[in-house]
Design a protein around this ligand. Structure first.
Ligand code: T4K
Length: 393
């Protein structure tokens, strides 16, 4: 008999390096008494990332949202930017904070990334850039977007928040487009507690980004522009250095989890794994999105989300609702139909995947989903009533 999990199974859990290893790193920070403002650990982290990504053009920030805001500001993006509504709300917020008008267009059904054809048809004289998202770490249609950007003289910016470690034709995903933003938030497979990174083509942007993240200071007495405070601190950088050491192992373990989900869920009618194997792409297995077909599965995506909670499995509906449906963005006219994005927002559920999730736990999650499909969720119902009765917390 399948039993509900005793402890909650979350959609993700941060990877943590061995505690003693982190403490040794902290000792160095204690000894130096240098906590932030471009300290030695941040410089080391920057060097390591330059090596990892094979470029000198990177800049680190205290989170991905501010990194993206500063990228748009530093690149002088204005007017309209064509973007996707199927993403985390920070993608659009970064435009808003720069007084840029988002133009939402539909996504592609297989990768959930922005549809290049829709991008092309939304271009106006006011369009200055495309802001595309490698959602779940699925690479966008890189060639088509580059072609459109070149022909229309638009900047091509990638929100690569989910895509650290992804490679296309053996090249880091940051090689594509004018600039990519990565999030190092704790919920990401690679993290620095909180953090963000810009990787860019033009070396000249580095100085600008450095000013913008540090109040615009050039030296003690000169402020060259109205910057903000978006610096990564030394403890964040230490976590980043230590997590980076384990990245390959982490991705390997996630690949095995993903494979097991694919095998087990592939047998259930109405469940489709939304991570298409694609030639030339090395995935990072950051998320485990599935599409639920209510008719075939016998339960809606929301029904499954609620039912799984009764089994102590806490999935997420990344990304529902669509950004254009949030009250603060509802006033923005939408370009054409968003049928594919709406379907994805209504059907996708992201299942637990993280380093430390045991394969036996994945088996159980899949067994629960199978049981729910077959309509034999009696144990779940009794678990829920025990919770209600205060027998379980
Ligand atoms: N662009 C895109 C496409 C993004 O997805 C994001 C962020 C950004 C831009 C902005 O980057 P940042 O400024 O965040 O660097 C989470 C993250 O906070 C957010 O970083 C992420 N995307 C988004 C997709 O997910 P929530 O509100 O879902 O997180 P939360 O706190 O509910 O955490 C999810 C689960 O993770 C929890 O149920 C339990 C677990 N958890 C979480 C934390 C923070 C832990 O076990 N330990 C933890 O410390 O937004």
């Amino acid at each position: 008999m399948i039993r509900p999990f005793e402890k909650p199974i979350y959609v993700t859990r941060p990877f943590l390096p061995p505690f003693e290893e982190f403490c040794r790193g902290l000792e160095e920070i204690w000894d130096s008494r240098w906590l932030t403002n471009n300290g030695p650990v941040l410089q080391r982290f920057t060097q390591e990332l330059c090596g990892f990504l094979d470029t000198d053009n990177i800049c680190l920030f205290n989170n991905g949202t501010l990194a993206l805001q500063i990228a748009l500001q530093g690149m002088g993006i204005s007017g309209e930017v064509i973007t996707t509504p199927f993403t985390f709300v920070a993608t659009t917020h970064a435009l808003f904070w720069n007084k840029i008008r988002p133009v939402f267009v539909d996504i592609e059904p297989d990768t959930y990334t922005i549809d290049p054809e829709k991008v092309e048809s939304a271009i106006t004289p006011w369009t200055s850039a495309i802001l595309a998202v490698h959602v779940y770490g699925n690479p966008c249609n890189l060639e088509a977007l580059a072609d459109i950007a070149e022909r229309h003289k638009l900047r091509l910016i990638y929100d690569a928040a989910h895509a650290f470690g992804v490679k296309v034709d053996n090249k880091p995903i940051s090689r594509f487009g004018d600039l990519s933003m990565f999030s190092f938030h704790s919920t990401k497979l690679f993290h620095s507690i909180e953090g963000g990174m810009l990787v860019f083509r033009e070396a000249g942007l580095k100085g600008l980004f450095d000013y913008l993240k540090n109040f615009g200071f050039k030296n003690e007495v000169e402020v060259v522009m109205p910057g903000t405070n978006a610096k990564m601190n030394e403890v964040q950088a230490l976590m980043g250095i230590q997590v980076l050491k384990y990245l390959d192992e982490t991705i390997g373990r996630r690949a095995r989890i993903s494979e097991l989900y694919r095998k087990k869920l592939g047998e259930i009618p109405g469940i489709r794994l939304a991570l298409p194997p694609s030639p030339g792409v090395q995935y990072n297995y950051a998320y485990l999105p599935i599409e639920v077909d209510e008719k075939e599965f016998g339960m809606s995506r929301d029904g499954l989300y609620e039912k799984l909670k009764e089994w102590n499995v806490h999935t997420r509906r990344y990304f529902y609702p669509l950004i254009c449906d949030y009250p603060c963005y509802r006033c923005i006219p939408v370009n054409g139909s968003l049928a594919v994005a709406r379907r994805a927002a209504d059907r996708i559920l992201t299942l637990p995947i993280y380093d430390g999730l045991a394969l036996s736990e994945v088996e159980t999650i899949c067994d629960i989903i199978t049981a729910l499909h077959l309509g034999s969720g009696h144990e779940a119902a009794s678990f829920a009533s025990e919770v209600e009765a205060g027998k379980l917390s």
